[in-house]
Design a protein around this ligand. Structure first.
Ligand code: PAF
Length: 279
């Protein structure tokens, strides 16, 4: 595995691969890799000739300084996992390599910026689109792989790709779960034993809505799912909403098709998100 930390070095590597006519898959990450990330690497290896993984904890997408400081950075372990899982190129730049001081980014994220994650994490998607645009520009991938756990992020990036007519195909990959159902996330390592046990409620609430979808009205489903979070003082629910799969508009009619239920909740000090496609 080649490890590069500057855009100039990366351009040389990418140029050589392109000259050989090889297709490139990009898996953008912020490190602290788990089996969810590794499943993206696996899909990239199946679909593209060469897999590039980026590890960059992007400061502009954190609305909370503490969250940025506490973000896990087990870089040696990440490198080992990537080597063992067939990554070809690891791009791991420093912040100064990706950002000029005082740089601005005026991309209009649109409606998705004011809903769900956009509402609770103001500016988050501005930062995500800013860095993903830069990564696409640096790597020039044919395909880029994103996990369904960050479904709203996928929709936002998809819109950006269309808005700028970027020549990259996005591939949405299934959520990878722990045996008890908790969606894999880099933040899970910050949960203590009790929080870890409690965190399964996110999955249980999503599953409850999916399994009882035809049994209750929307209001009942919502209320009963919310009640699951009321019983434990470690939990602070931000939202659990049934939405249109393409627009994330909140839906309250059973005639609607293509639905997804999304949840965000603090478990102790750790903010977790999850979702499940209903139809
Ligand atoms: O999903 C993530 O890990 C990040 O938001 C991403 C896409 C790597 C951008 O920093």
């Amino acid at each position: 595995m080649k490890i590069v930390d500057t855009k100039a070095e990366l351009a040389v590597v990418i140029g050589q691969l392109r000259a050989k006519g090889l297709s490139i898959g990009l898996v953008p990450t912020m490190g602290a890799l788990h089996n969810g990330h590794l499943s993206l690497v696996k899909q990239s290896r199946q679909k593209a000739d060469v897999t590039v993984v980026s590890i960059f904890v992007n400061p502009t997408q954190f609305d909370n300084k503490e969250d940025l400081q506490n973000y896990p950075r087990p870089i040696d372990q990440d490198i080992l996992q990537l080597e063992q899982n067939g990554c070809d190129v690891l791009f791991m730049p420093e912040v100064a390599e990706m950002y000029e001081t005082g740089e601005s980014w005026d991309y209009e994220v649109g409606d998705l910026d004011s809903k769900l994650e956009g509402e609770f994490r103001p500016g988050h998607y501005k930062g995500v689109t800013q860095i993903v645009y830069k990564l696409f520009d640096a790597v020039k991938p044919d395909m880029a792989f994103f996990g369904q756990k960050d479904y709203q992020q996928y929709l936002v990036i998809n819109k950006m790709v269309r808005d700028f007519s970027l020549p990259v195909n996005l591939v949405l990959c299934n959520i990878v779960r722990e045996p008890d159902g908790l969606a894999m996330s880099s933040r899970n390592v910050r949960l203590n034993a009790e929080e870890r046990k409690t965190s399964v409620v996110l999955y249980e609430a999503l599953l409850f809505i999916k399994q009882h979808f035809y049994e209750y009205t929307f209001a009942e489903l919502q209320h009963k799912a919310e009640q699951l979070f009321d019983t434990n003082p470690l939990l602070q629910l931000e939202y659990i909403k049934i939405c249109d799969l393409n627009t994330l508009e909140e839906i309250n009619t059973k005639e609607a098709k293509n639905l997804i239920v999304l949840v965000a909740c603090y478990v102790g000090n750790v903010r977790l998100i999850d979702n499940m496609i209903l139809s």
